[in-house]
Design a protein. Structure first.
Ligand code: WTA
Length: 686
């Protein structure tokens, strides 16, 4: 209930503040700096928001923000009409009903996302570069112009249609980051099919679960992928998944490498079949509120949820936030290194950059291959102007020393973005001083799979410091933030903390959880009535700047990847020797958060503990994927519980974090001696 969730937040039991960015360390820092390259609070009428040129009261970014909150319908309607290309104009800007979790933007309008991302740029920018494919093999990048991308999308669109895919059908995409993956997503958009991209690091079982939940008849995959020089047998994984997914009628296989793979009766060699198809694919027009795509993400309970996004609202929101959060100018090369299996890849590799006619990078490799200089060597070779990455990779790279950065020319870089987890001070300073040579703005962006695009980031403002380390700072236009306490009462003023909520609908917000609107309503709109509940805690500093303190629920953030503790517990609980489990997060130097599993075994089991440890790890790898493997598995005869039987996760988290003196009063537990056992065992494992 409300007070449970919010109470946790208030007492900091659950808001797992990254230890080096907690509020007190931040308050000691008074320094900040102004935006580089003359970005001021005054709106430049030619480049920033020309749509509001005729409104005399909008002169600054703060004026614009205020206007966006006071008159969101006018604000978003003007942007929608000027930034997107419509086949039919819309009639209403926004319809919303928080009590039902129902939202609609630009209804009556008709458009197509692939037209907005490709066709409308062809005349002027057809020969410009749309995609830079930074292949795993260092130094072997390839350029794809808008014309070339258009042909690929046309051919894949026709191939999908001719194979029987219709508007509204779900297409599961399990592909490495490649032009084929982008073209397949856009081909789905073109024919009105709903893409559901599954990160190629998830296991066959995880893929099968997502295929089945979406009832996808079509899977698009590759024979193999190559990451950090290692071959991964992707098609084999798909074969295993499809054997558990009776709904699948066809599997398109793209040949990323030369290797032959067994082809069954459902399989279509995509590379060959595309040769036969025409590059001109008819557009299937979509209504504004038709689903553009779905993407699975973890919640605090249950199986991953299929978050669905709309066509018009999502496209507009990624288009606008991409341009203004990063101050992107057409012609610049934008390098978001996230995989397309995550929302960051959807919004800021594909839809934001391409709907703006931009040039976007597809990074197929890893930051450490062939050495920790890969990002910066790539920046020099490709002359990237923006880079957008996860704090976890910065924490990893800064340990390898500055030489790997300094030996490459980074003078092309202008903005340095990050997303996914708090950017701690050490990483912030390294990014700013070493990578950016104190020349580039650090753009820390806060958002979620559910928000569709960036909601908080350091945009220009006349109030106070322009950019302050350690926080994403200011709400983007149209985003009305509020904090709430454990009673569901709004927390006002400055230097306060609470549950981060968004009070007004915005075009990019998720519309539902696929086939489970009830869960959507409960998760996001009922904890605090009449607002969108993010699940994160936040601290509002002086001048209204927001700092994120961490999740307040049982969602983990491991290397910027969202994982539900319940998902990992479920896998371990299935083991015949396991009685029960509890998974918690703990602060981890590089990953941000590590996974710590407490496991209670059944009496009379036969398997040895070290074998069990391995079996549990294998099961997690098989059911979810390597990214969910625990750092520590601790076997214990029991778990600390209240007298009413509730597992005290707070205590488990404190032990995992070595905070033995912060356990609080344990005398009220049903078996206080369990805590001593766990502490001793934990110390042994260290
Ligand atoms: C966390 C990723 C601190 C947060 C786009 C959120 C952040 C979750 C930041 C969403 C940030 C994201 N500072 N924490 N700048 N950005 N988060 O759905 O806990 O994969 O709720 O979307 O990541 O993760 P998701």
């Amino acid at each position: 209930g409300l007070s449970r969730v919010l109470g946790n937040c208030l007492h900091h039991e659950n808001a797992r503040i990254h230890r080096s960015i907690n509020a007190s360390s931040l308050l000691n820092r008074t320094w900040s700096y102004r935006f580089h390259k003359g970005r001021s609070n005054n709106i430049s009428t030619s480049t920033d928001y020309p749509e509001f040129r005729d409104l005399p009261h909008i002169k600054t970014h703060n004026d614009l923000y205020k206007f966006s909150i006071e008159d969101p319908e006018l604000f978003w309607s003007r942007l929608a009409r000027s930034r997107l290309t419509w086949s039919k104009d819309f009639s209403t800007a926004c319809k919303s009903d928080f009590s039902k979790g129902k939202f609609g933007w630009f209804e009556g309008g008709v458009l197509n996302a692939s037209v907005n991302c490709i066709d409308r740029h062809l005349e002027k920018r057809g020969d410009e570069i749309a995609l830079i494919w930074e292949r795993d093999e260092p130094g072997t990048h390839r350029f794809y112009t808008y014309k070339k991308l258009s042909e690929m999308v046309g051919k894949i669109g026709n191939l999908l249609t001719n194979s029987g895919v219709k508007a509204g059908d779900r297409v599961a995409i399990y592909l490495p980051k490649s032009p084929t993956a982008i073209a397949t997503m856009l081909a789905c958009a073109r024919i009105g099919a709903i893409h559901s991209v599954v990160f190629a690091g998830f296991s066959a079982d995880a893929l099968a679960g997502r295929i089945n939940d979406a009832q996808a008849e079509t899977v698009v995959t590759a024979n193999q992928t190559i990451r950090g020089g290692k071959l991964i047998e992707l098609k084999k994984m798909v074969d295993a998944a499809v054997s558990k997914s009776p709904c699948v009628k066809r599997v398109l296989v793209y040949y990323r490498t030369e290797a032959k793979v067994p082809m069954g009766k459902l399989d279509i060699d995509m590379t060959k079949a595309m040769v036969q198809e025409s590059p001109n694919c008819p557009v299937v027009e979509r209504n504004s509120e038709d689903t553009l795509f779905m993407l699975y993400t973890s919640g605090s309970t249950g199986s991953p949820k299929g978050i669905t996004h709309s066509t018009a609202g999502y496209l507009l929101y990624t288009n606008v936030t991409f341009k203004h959060a990063f101050d992107y100018n057409v012609g610049e090369k934008f390098g978001c290194v996230a995989d397309i299996g995550w929302i960051t890849g959807h919004s800021y590799v594909l839809y934001g950059p391409l709907s703006n006619g931009g040039t976007t990078l597809l990074f197929e490799s890893t930051p450490l291959y062939p050495d920790p200089g890969r990002y910066w060597e790539m920046v020099e070779r490709l002359k990237l102007n923006h880079i957008y990455l996860a704090p976890t990779s910065l924490r990893m790279l800064l340990k390898s020393g500055d030489e790997y950065v300094k030996k490459y020319d980074r003078s092309s870089l202008r903005k340095l973005g990050c997303v996914g987890e708090p950017l701690n001070h050490e990483a912030w300073e390294w990014y700013y001083n070493v990578v950016g040579e104190r020349r580039c703005d650090i753009i820390d962006t806060w958002w979620q799979t559910e928000t569709g695009g960036i909601c908080i980031s350091p945009r220009p403002s006349e109030i106070g410091a322009d950019i302050q380390p350690g926080m994403p700072m200011r709400p983007m236009p149209g985003i009305d933030l509020a904090l709430f306490d454990s009673q569901g009462k709004e927390v006002k003023g400055e230097d306060v903390e609470g549950a981060l909520c968004i009070r007004r609908p915005w075009p990019g917000m998720a519309r539902t959880i696929y086939r489970d609107h009830d869960r959507f309503l409960k998760t996001y709109f009922q904890t605090v009535p009449d607002v969108y509940y993010t699940g994160d805690g936040a601290h509002r500093h002086k001048e209204g700047h927001y700092q994120i303190t961490g999740r307040m629920d049982d969602v983990l953030n491991v290397s910027g990847h969202r994982l539900g503790t319940a998902e990992i517990e479920d896998v371990m609980d299935d083991h015949p020797d396991v009685a029960e489990t509890a998974v918690v997060g703990f602060p981890h130097d590089i990953k941000g958060e590590g996974i710590y599993a407490y496991v209670v075994l059944k009496d009379g089991r036969k398997t040895k503990k070290n074998e069990l440890d391995q079996q549990l790890r294998n099961a997690i790898k098989k059911k979810i994927g390597g990214l969910a493997l625990p750092e520590v598995i601790l076997f214990t005869p029991g778990l600390p519980r209240t007298r009413s039987g509730k597992i005290m996760r707070r205590i488990l988290r404190k032990v995992a974090s070595n905070k033995f003196d912060e356990l609080g009063d344990t005398s009220t537990l049903s078996e206080p001696e369990i805590v001593d056992f766990i502490i001793n065992k934990h110390k042994e494992l260290l």
